[in-house]
Design a protein around this ligand. Structure first.
Ligand code: FMN
Length: 115
């Protein structure tokens, strides 16, 4: 499965770099991908899906099969990884991981298992 990701401050980018996998970065939401993909995204203000990610999904809805979501529980305890629940409810996508910042070994493994 392809990996598509969004990273604003570098945490998800760090995860992608550590995995050493090919991945498509969402920058303005206008990107197009063919086939199934795993979305890895950060959580934005008050637990929402970033706007550029929403735009991207609107144009690439069919291929969205799974998602992994980054957040920060120290700064945002009440809405930690809130984008995950929204992705699940709005798009019926399977959430394979919710994690702090750039993640950890179990996140790497969950992602690798889908590739
Ligand atoms: C404006 C802003 C709002 C955020 N809101 C949330 C939030 O509601 N819940 C959460 O878990 N993390 C929140 N975060 C934290 C980011 O999702 C987290 O730091 C993530 O690892 C960032 O990934 P990136 O560095 O790849 O952009 C927020 C960060 C910013 C800058």
């Amino acid at each position: 499965m392809k990996i598509v990701y969004a990273s604003r401050t570098g945490n998800v980018q760090k995860l992608i770099d550590r995995l050493g996998v090919e991945a498509v970065k969402i920058t303005n939401g206008d990107e197009k991908v063919e086939g199934d993909y795993l979305l890895i995204t950060y959580t934005d203000g008050a637990g929402i899906i970033p706007k550029t990610v929403e735009q991207f999904i609107a144009a690439n809805r069919e291929g969205l099969k799974a998602a992994a979501v980054s957040g920060n529980s120290e700064r945002h305890p009440d809405t930690f990884c809130g984008a995950a629940e929204k992705l699940e409810v709005k798009y019926g996508v399977k959430i394979i991981a919710k994690f702090e910042k750039d993640g950890y070994e179990s996140v790497d493994q969950a992602i690798k298992a889908l590739l």
